[in-house]
Design a binder for this molecule. Structure first.
Ligand code: OAD
Length: 241
């Protein structure tokens, strides 16, 4: 484990220009959105792996949609927190997120790669038409105009990540001077594997040790909203000097 002061010192030394911020559910925890693993991660005793799959949707689309509507309502009512806002102060940072909540963009981030899609998008399972659906549906499960079921516009376990998103994320991470890894357990592939592509300074912000802690140069045991603003200040300070 490292201190925030050590991380700030390391950033001052390298004055990073190309910054990538890799995030997971923990970055939105302080906005009131429960993480998938750890305390509060279960919904009605189900784990994400039991619900976020094509099989679960084929078996019980209503149950899967009830879970997504619950998460969609929380997300609609949530606000970006100090970590989302701090990341957005980095004018040319690339945010690579596993989150489907859209809070980085709502917090002002300009360049967000959504590896796992977006919960405010829906797609027809038959005609493939995709559209935004921010508001709650009147009845569940929702249907397309063509009569078939709509599904959330997210990536489920066992499905491919959008190839362009994955390729661009890999490229940006490989070329970054500094990689911030915020609020992810680092256990879901292929997203978590992207961190291994980075060879320069990497700093994790997570109150708990994760599967990625030892792969990062420094790991700060703090919450996203506690530590991210000071880290961003240090990056920007380096640029003014
Ligand atoms: P997880 O729920 O697996 O992990 C959340 C991480 O956030 C944990 O390591 C926590 O210690 C950390 N954490 C909790 N509160 C925090 C805070 N306030 N500040 C910083 N960190 C905090 O979430 P992900 O790693 O995002 O995929 O999960 C990866 C994927 O698994 C998700 O994208 C989703 C899920 O199932 C799919 O649905 C395909």
């Amino acid at each position: 484990m490292s201190t925030l002061a050590e991380a700030i010192e390391a950033i001052r030394r390298i004055r990073p220009r190309r910054v990538v911020v890799f995030t997971g559910a923990g970055v939105s925890a302080e906005s009131g959105i429960p993480t998938f693993r750890g305390a509060g991660g279960l919904w009605r005793d189900f784990r994400a792996e039991d619900l976020a799959t094509p099989d679960a949707f084929a078996r019980d689309p209503l149950l899967v949609w009830q879970w997504y509507e619950w998460r969609r309502t929380l997300i609609r009512d949530a606000q970006p927190n100090a970590a989302h806002r701090a990341v957005a102060r980095l004018p040319d940072a690339v945010v690579v997120t596993q989150n489907v909540d859209g809070l980085h963009a709502r917090g002002g981030a300009r360049d967000v790669i959504e590896l796992h899609g977006s919960i405010v998008r829906v797609r027809c399972v038959r005609c493939g038409r995709e559209r935004e659906a921010f508001e709650a549906f009147e009845s569940l499960p929702p249907h397309c105009e063509c009569g078939a079921l709509l599904r959330p516009g997210v990536v489920w376990f066992g499905e491919m990540l959008p190839p362009y998103a994955l390729e661009r994320a890999a490229e940006e991470i490989r070329n970054a001077d500094l990689l911030l890894v915020i609020g992810t357990s680092g256990v879901v592939q292929p997203a978590a594997g992207l961190v291994a592509l980075h060879r320069r300074l990497s700093i994790e912000i997570n109150p708990e040790a994760s599967a990625l802690s030892s792969a990062c140069t420094l790991a700060i045991p703090a919450t996203a909203a506690e530590a991210t603003p000071a880290i961003v200040d240090a990056i920007l300070e380096g640029r003014d000097a």
